[in-house]
Design a protein. Structure first.
Length: 253
């Protein structure tokens, strides 16, 4: 289905019949993508006198309780409440579909201990569409193992504050990465990249970070309409399923 859309009076076309999910599926009975020593997602039946929420045990229906840790169980979207004491939660962040640019960065291009620097981003973002509000960063090699990786004791690439400052200057409101964090695994709690991203108080109710995505190799670098699908819940982060739609007519520069 091809749709003609306008964002801030700029026309473009999107193919809604070919959405690409970049959320990591959570398989309850196999290896799961984990971080920060979180336990795997678990599902247990609700029980009460004369009732069990499990058909296999004789119950009339399946009625299950899910136990999960959003920051450590697969793809999740977080807001400023992750790093600040604030009444703002995910239910207050109104994320409508937005334009994003997908870029890929090979780990061999990163120097200085896997740092994603401002200079490296500038090489990848050769031309920034002035209507885009999102940046999607895919690291290479793009192994499918990312969908079952346990990052709890693994050092991964991270962003320098200057790189995040560049994003702020470009007007990026939504950052999506295939990493467990945009900061180093061990930084003494400084969280400099997170704090830089949410530095502007006026933008805090608009901006999100989505971590532990997986962008299939079939998705080419370029422009996409992005829809972050998540429930309205009063917390700092929750599991999400971002979906990308290819932009056909790229008259947005």
């Amino acid at each position: 289905m091809i749709a003609q859309l306008h964002i801030e009076d700029k026309p473009f076309q999107v193919d809604f019949s070919k959405g690409i999910s970049i959320g990591i599926p959570i398989e309850l009975h196999s290896d799961q993508a984990l971080a920060w020593h979180a336990e795997p997602v678990q599902q247990t039946p609700v029980e009460a006198p004369g009732f069990v929420g499990d058909i296999r045990r004789g119950g009339a229906v399946n009625f299950k309780r899910l136990t999960l840790t959003p920051h450590g169980n697969g793809t999740h979207t977080e807001c400023v409440a992750h790093i600040m004491s604030t009444p703002i939660t995910l239910k207050d962040i109104h994320v409508h579909p937005f334009l994003s640019q997908l870029i890929s960065i090979n780990v061999t291009e990163m120097h200085n201990q896997n740092k994603i620097t401002k200079e490296l981003l500038e090489k990848k973002i050769l031309k920034w569409p002035n209507k885009a509000k999102g940046l999607i960063v895919r690291t290479l090699p793009n192994l499918e193992r990312k969908c079952q990786e346990n990052y709890s004791e693994k050092d991964t690439p991270f962003f320098t504050p200057k790189a995040i400052e560049l994003m702020n200057n470009l007007g990026i409101e939504h950052l999506l990465v295939d990493l467990p964090s945009i900061d180093p695994r061990q930084d003494g709690g400084k969280l400099l990249a997170h704090k830089m991203f949410w530095r502007d108080a006026e933008m805090r109710t608009k901006k999100t970070i989505t971590e532990m995505i997986y962008v299939p190799c079939s998705a080419k670098d370029g422009l996409y309409l992005t829809d972050i699908q998540m429930p309205k819940i009063s917390t700092d982060a929750f599991v999400s399923n971002p979906v990308l739609y290819s932009v056909i007519h790229k008259n947005v520069y």
